[in-house]
Structures are given as structure tokens and as C-alpha cells.
Design a protein around this ligand. Structure first.
Ligand SMILES: [Cu+2]
Length: 195
């Protein structure tokens, strides 16, 4: 009897979990290469700062990865793996077409890293004032619901609670593309981006 009761509880809990969280997946097309897709600010919701510190490397005279996406509140470690000195700066933090102040982290030699905490959402277009050809991006998502697409534009954001959201697609050199969507279980959203 007790055993059956437990079984019922397990089934009910499993069904509840399945019903309340799904995923957002789809494809970003219009321009080739990687894009970032994320759920925009959710009114009345904040998320604790992640404890992981992802590394943005400067290696082979390139920012690696070229595009990084993090949740707001994340500290990114900027590493120099090259024998030459590199600088890291971004002229502004872009929130759509709105410009917030940027930052110059300075110039440092091989093997050193400097942390920076991104406490506002937006996009930092990274540059190095020693090597003008270097560029990279940190896309700061206001929510933990984000993904980078693969090179063909496919993406999947896991563990998204059911709800009504604005979902954005960002692509280097393109205007943001946004959609208002109702997420219920596994939901498909495709985007087209253009300059
Ligand atoms: Cu450099």
C-alpha cells in the first residue's frame, strides 16, 4: 500500500517536471556563421551570478572564442596566451542601439589574466589596441536561458520554464531580431537576421 502511494508520488512529480520546463530550439538564418539566441529580461525575475569564470583567450593573435555568451553577473577571465603583449578594450556596451560606457582593461604579457564582471546585459565588442585586426564579442544575456548556434545556425536552449518571453537573436554585424513567444514544453523558434 505504502509502496503504491510512493509510486503515485513519483509519477505525479515526474509529470509536473515534464510539463513545467522545456526547451527552445530552432535555426538562425539570413547571415552565415554563429549567432547567439537568448531570452530577454523577464519582468520581476533576477538570477544569481554564476560561479564559473569562463576564459576569453587571446591566442594566435585572435580572441578565442570569437563569440562568448554569458549570463549577466558573470566574471570573465581575459587571458593572454601569446608571446606578445595584448590589450583588451571595448568602446561601449551595446544594449540594442543604446550605448553604455565601455572599458579598457589595459595591456598585459603572456600567461597573465585579468577578470571583469559583466553586471549589465549587452554586447561588448572586444578590441586590442596593439593589433587592430583582432576582434571578439562577449554577449551578456539578462537570463540564464541562452545558447550559441553552431555554424549552420542551429541552436537549443535547455531547461526553459514554460512562459511568455521575448527571445532575441544576435549576430555579428546584424540588427537584433526579436520574437514574442509562448514557451510550452519543447518550442521551436526560427530567426532571420540581416544587416
Ligand atoms: Cu593584441
Amino acid at each position: 500500500m505504502r509502496r503504491n502511494f510512493m509510486l503515485v508520488i513519483v509519477v505525479v512529480v515526474s509529470l509536473t517536471l515534464t510539463a513545467s520546463a522545456g526547451s527552445i530550439s530552432g535555426k538562425v538564418s539570413g547571415m552565415s556563421g554563429e549567432s547567439v539566441v537568448y531570452v530577454d529580461t523577464i519582468a520581476g525575475k533576477t538570477f544569481p551570478a554564476p560561479s564559473e569564470h569562463p576564459v576569453m583567450d587571446q591566442k594566435g593573435l585572435m580572441f578565442q572564442p570569437h563569440i562568448m555568451v554569458v549570463q549577466v553577473g558573470t566574471t570573465v577571465e581575459f587571458l593572454n596566451s601569446d608571446k606578445v603583449a595584448h590589450n583588451v578594450f571595448w568602446p561601449s556596451l551595446m544594449q540594442g542601439t543604446k550605448k553604455l560606457p565601455g572599458k579598457n582593461l589595459g595591456t598585459w604579457p603572456m600567461g597573465e589574466k585579468r577578470p571583469f564582471k559583466f553586471d549589465q546585459p549587452g554586447v561588448a565588442a572586444l578590441l586590442c589596441n596593439v593589433h587592430p585586426e583582432m576582434s571578439g564579442y562577449v554577449v551578456v544575456s539578462p537570463t540564464p536561458y541562452f545558447a550559441k548556434t553552431d555554424k549552420s545556425g542551429e541552436y537549443k536552449i535547455e531547461n526553459v520554464p514554460d512562459g511568455q518571453y521575448t527571445v532575441l537573436a544576435w549576430h555579428e554585424g546584424a540588427k537584433n531580431s526579436s520574437k514574442s513567444v509562448t514557451v510550452a514544453g519543447d518550442t521551436k523558434i526560427d530567426f532571420t537576421v540581416s544587416k
